[in-house]
Design a protein around this ligand. Structure first.
Ligand code: HEM
Ligand SMILES: *[C@@H]1O[C@H](CO)[C@@H](O)[C@H](O)[C@H]1NC(C)=O
Ligand SMILES: *[C@@H]1O[C@H](CO)[C@@H](O)[C@H](O)[C@H]1NC(C)=O
Ligand SMILES: *[C@@H]1O[C@H](CO)[C@@H](O)[C@H](O)[C@H]1NC(C)=O
Ligand SMILES: *[C@@H]1O[C@H](CO)[C@@H](O)[C@H](O)[C@H]1NC(C)=O
Ligand SMILES: *[C@@H]1O[C@H](CO)[C@@H](O)[C@H](O)[C@H]1NC(C)=O
Ligand SMILES: *[C@@H]1O[C@H](CO)[C@@H](O)[C@H](O)[C@H]1NC(C)=O
Length: 243
């Protein structure tokens, strides 16, 4: 009897699986941004705009739109989105203090900081675009199919150290360093293989280099909500691993 119930559950979850995929790929198809569409220095926000979870033109984003987009797509909790969303609104150039453009996130010192995993420091002129040379430094650490906490910590630490050497005006405040640690915790959480503690290298590559959700590669929206406390706990573990 127990086995029969368990089998029924399993079958129904198997049956439900294609509809989840269908929902994601049909309702939110990936499309390359048009030349006039605005994008940000955040690989995930760009990805979500490319799928239509955020406005595809990257313009006039309210807190409401941001919270709903991040919750629906990657299960980021409203508490976490509100923290960064409030910082984003401080850089608003839309003419409405309740909305921002994705390009407003380029503003240095709000969230944007030196020592990014895939972007150049502001000193080099483009603090916004994916930079293949810098990403290659980071990705050189991702030699296994799974990115462990220790590997993510090492990649982060090495990028900060390299930026400090390369950039004569390198400048990260304590809160910049904290933000960059949270960004590592974010990609690990969203692109986790369900253990919650490790990410799939190919999925991380896809999001950074193509700004596309790795649905074809097997990624699914995390089942558990990613909240401020989840992220803080993960940063703690990363620090324990040497980040
Ligand atoms: C689950 C959702 C999110 C994920 C997985 C994510 C992931 C990331 C990652 C991995 C980076 C580091 C990029 C790098 O160092 O090259 C980053 C940077 C950034 N994120 Fe996000 N992010 C998320 C949500 C948000 C939200 C809600 C905002 C603000 C509204 C935001 C704003 C930024 C900004 C401005 C940067 C640039 C920081 C910099 O490298 O200078 N992100 N994000
Ligand atoms: C953003 O909103 C403003 C004010 O509502 C509007 O004038 C502008 O056209 C919008 N921008 C885009 C790109 O949709
Ligand atoms: C500003 O944006 C908010 C959020 O979208 C909206 O509710 C409000 O009506 C806008 N204000 C004006 C003056 O357009
Ligand atoms: C370093 O950054 C902080 C905060 O972003 C800023 O207040 C400070 O003026 C900067 N220092 C230099 C030397 O640029
Ligand atoms: C990438 O960043 C480096 C600085 O680390 C810079 O010298 C290079 O010009 C950047 N590449 C592009 C294509 O912007
Ligand atoms: C940040 O990068 C963007 C995109 O390349 C550029 O327009 C902006 O001027 C940069 N900010 C600074 C202060 O250099
Ligand atoms: C997830 O990662 C863990 C730790 O490396 C590994 O043991 C497990 O097999 C992985 N699971 C999947 C589904 O990839």
């Amino acid at each position: 009897m127990k086995i029969a119930v368990w089998t029924a559950c399993l079958l129904s979850s198997v049956a439900a699986y294609p509809s989840v995929q269908e929902h994601q790929s049909n309702d939110y198809p990936w499309r390359a941004p048009k030349a006039t569409d605005r994008r940000s220095p955040c690989p995930m926000l760009n990805t979500l705009a490319n799928h239509g979870y955020l406005p595809r033109n990257g313009a006039n984003i309210s807190m409401e739109i941001l919270i709903a987009g991040l919750k629906t797509s990657v299960n980021l909790g409203a508490d976490a989105t509100e923290v960064v969303g409030a910082a984003a609104l401080k850089g608003s150039t839309t003419g409405n203090a309740s909305t921002f453009h994705l390009t407003d996130l380029d503003k240095h010192g709000l969230i944007e900081h030196d020592g990014s995993l895939s972007r150049a420091d502001i000193y080099f002129g483009d603090n916004h675009s994916f930079n293949a040379t810098i990403w290659a430094q980071t990705a050189s650490h991702f030699t296994s199919p799974i990115i462990s906490l220790a590997t993510a910590a090492k990649a982060h630490k090495a990028r900060l150290a390299a930026a400090q050497i390369e950039n004569p005006q390198f400048n990260m405040s304590a809160s910049d360093v904290q933000a960059s640690m949270i960004e590592t915790a974010l990609y690990l959480s969203v692109l986790s293989n369900d253990t919650g503690a490790t990410a799939v290298s190919a999925w991380v590559q896809k999001v950074f280099t193509e700004e596309k959700l790795p649905i074809k590669e097997g990624w699914k929206r995390p089942e558990g909500e990613i909240s401020v406390s989840t992220l803080t706990a993960l940063v703690g573990k990363l620090v324990a691993e040497g980040m």
